[in-house]
Design a protein around this ligand. Structure first.
Ligand code: FAD
Length: 530
């Protein structure tokens, strides 16, 4: 499920020994991957080492990153970057060597990139290879609804499901629901940014896979750790419901751009010795604090001291976008605000991408592998997706070779009796908006018990309204997304309430300090949360 870096990489590898069906919600390229700017972190330079990359990742993860998972991504990075190059990805080079960018939290230049459009280039090359592969089929505009588990087979609710047999999928163009039965199923559905008003994520990022996994009984971990990117372009326009904020890549700060208040003060040194290159959580909280203090709706990023040729060569996309908004970054400062950007938590997986359900895997942003802990180091997420897709493909090969025949005769078709087409679109759009408001106002960068409990009450109500409506209404993609957004919002709030400390991306005014008692992942399941 999903055609971003995780789904496509897995598909290409699994297609060496099996037939792969990719279902994807919109057009095949539409994914978070397609918008990634900065690049992929990897130890390439002679002054760098695995040890340093591991150290930077663990430090950013604020005590919760799993060493074994971090070692996996760091040590497998270089050869998988080479594989991408062999697949045709054109990374930026100077004098024939890979150009290595710098980003916040990294102690060395190690960001392999394709100018400031890395994701688009990776997605292009992967899709091109997929299109030539006879063992892979892609169904666009197909949205996964729910997994098929024992629940569907025996038609009664057990308190523990153990296996996945496939999924029910909504074919949007033909408005019908199909049953996809598969020997193995891999959730690669990306992040959850759309539950917030300001997000760098595209409209597809509604947390579907995580909600689907949760409903099927998977373990879900660390949902409280939502990364807000400190710098997205501030635009003075009313938010449309699915809007995506334009990201001003951290690589620009890596190249020397400085965060400033509207009055021109370089404020970051008050918060962190690394100044504007502090990790994202620190930068986002500092900006949030400066904005609250001054009442301003944004701060500035000043890149005017960079060389014109560097800006035009390294950041052509950002330069063009700013110009289209009347901002000439060669001389004007860029107005920026923090936006929801990345979900560190997700469906818990082992070191091979396997979930707690048999025959079900999870990869990429929808997963919680243990790499990111309480905070993600910039450009580690594309790397994580690459590495775990590679490992899962190997594990799946072994699993297919040893698995017994699975009985699938009893799987029922989707039952839509008792449902009707809706004219009440306003209910869907209103609920969607409410969720975004609640999450942005009460479950954002700075949290408190009061805000979280208020958010929990609101989301519970919205969720139960949606469930009632869902049972009576013909499936549409919008309705499925709304149901999933309410579900993942609930998981974020619930997890945030369980963590009574401030760590990494989770900051609570009631518990402003680290507490050793909470040096552990927040794990919940459908059967433990009421
Ligand atoms: C603006 C931006 C810049 C970024 N920059 C970087 C960077 O420089 N470096 C870095 O490492 N990371 C970066 N990230 C994060 C990184 O891009 C993502 O974490 C990564 O691309 C996730 O890949 P994925 O394959 O897991 O998910 P995605 O690429 O989001 O793909 C998810 C896929 O699942 C599909 N899907 C969703 N729901 C369903 C459903 N119900 N049924 C069927 N299909 C579904 C979607 O349509 C999509 O095809 C950035 C993210 C953004 C938004």
């Amino acid at each position: 499920m999903g055609s971003g870096i995780a789904g496509l990489t897995f598909a290409l590898k699994a297609a060496r020994y099996a037939k792969v069906l990719i279902i994807t919600k919109k057009e095949q390229a539409e994914s978070n991957t397609n918008y990634a700017q900065g690049g992929i972190a990897s130890v390439i330079s002679s002054d760098d080492s695995y040890k340093l990359h591991i150290k930077d990742t663990l430090e950013t993860g604020a005590g919760l990153s799993h060493l074994d998972a971090v070692e996996q991504i760091v040590k497998n990075g270089p050869h998988l970057i080479n594989e991408l190059i062999k697949l045709g990805v054109n990374f930026s080079r100077s004098n024939g060597k890979l150009e290595l960018g710098m980003e916040g939290g990294h102690s060395r230049n190690r960001i392999v990139h394709a100018k400031d459009l890395t994701g688009k280039e990776v997605e292009r090359a992967l899709l091109f290879n997929v299109s030539k592969n006879k063992n892979i089929a892609i169904l666009e505009h197909h949205t996964a609804i729910d997994l098929i588990t024992e629940h569907n087979l025996i038609r009664k609710k057990k308190n523990n499901y153990t296996s996945c047999y496939g999924a029910y999928v909504f074919d949007e163009l033909n408005e019908k629901i199909i049953t996809v039965i598969s020997k193995l199923c891999v959730i690669c559905t990306g992040g959850v940014g759309q539950v917030y008003l300001h997000t760098t994520n595209p409209a597809i990022a509604t947390g579907d896979g995580i909600a689907i996994g949760y409903r099927a009984g998977c373990k879900i971990g660390n949902m409280e750790f939502v990364q807000f990117h400190p710098t997205s372009l501030y635009e003075n326009k009313p938010e449309d419901q699915n809007s995506q904020a334009f990201l001003i890549s951290e690589a620009l700060r890596g190249a020397g751009a400085i965060l400033k208040t509207r009055s021109g003060e370089d404020f970051m040194h008050k918060y962190d010795a690394r100044g504007s290159l502090a990790p994202r959580d620190i930068a986002a909280r500092a900006i949030d604090n400066e904005m609250k203090k001054s009442g301003d709706e944004y701060v500035y990023l000043d890149a005017a001291q960079l060389k014109e040729k560097d800006i035009k060569n390294e950041f052509p996309n950002i330069y063009k976008k700013c110009l289209s908004k009347g901002i000439n970054m060669l001389k004007d400062m860029i107005p920026v605000v923090p936006s929801a950007h990345y979900m560190c938590g997700g469906i818990v997986s082992d070191l091979n991408g396997k979930t707690s359900l048999n025959r079900l895997y999870v990869l990429g942003e929808a997963s919680m592998t243990g790499v990111h802990g309480a905070n993600r180091l910039a450009s580690n997420s594309l790397l994580e997706a690459l590495v775990f897709a590679d490992k899962a493909a190997k594990q799946c090969r072994a699993e297919l070779a040893s698995s017994k025949h699975v009985k699938t005769e009893n799987i029922p078709e989707w039952d839509s009796s008792g449902t009707e087409n809706t004219e009440e679109w306003v209910l869907i759009s209103q609920n969607r908006n409410e969720i975004k408001q609640v999450m942005s106002n009460y479950v954002g960068i700075v949290r408190s018990n009061l805000r979280l409990n208020r958010a929990l009450r609101r989301i519970k109500l919205i969720k139960s309204e949606i469930e009632t409506f869902y049972k009576k209404t013909r499936i549409s993609r919008e309705l499925l997304e709304l149901r999933n957004m309410a579900q993942v919002s609930y998981l974020i709030i619930h997890s945030a309430l369980l963590r009574r400390e401030s760590r990494g991306l989770h900051y609570s005014t009631d518990y402003p300090k680290l507490n050793k008692k909470y040096l552990k992942d927040t794990i919940i399941t459908n059967f433990t949360v009421k």
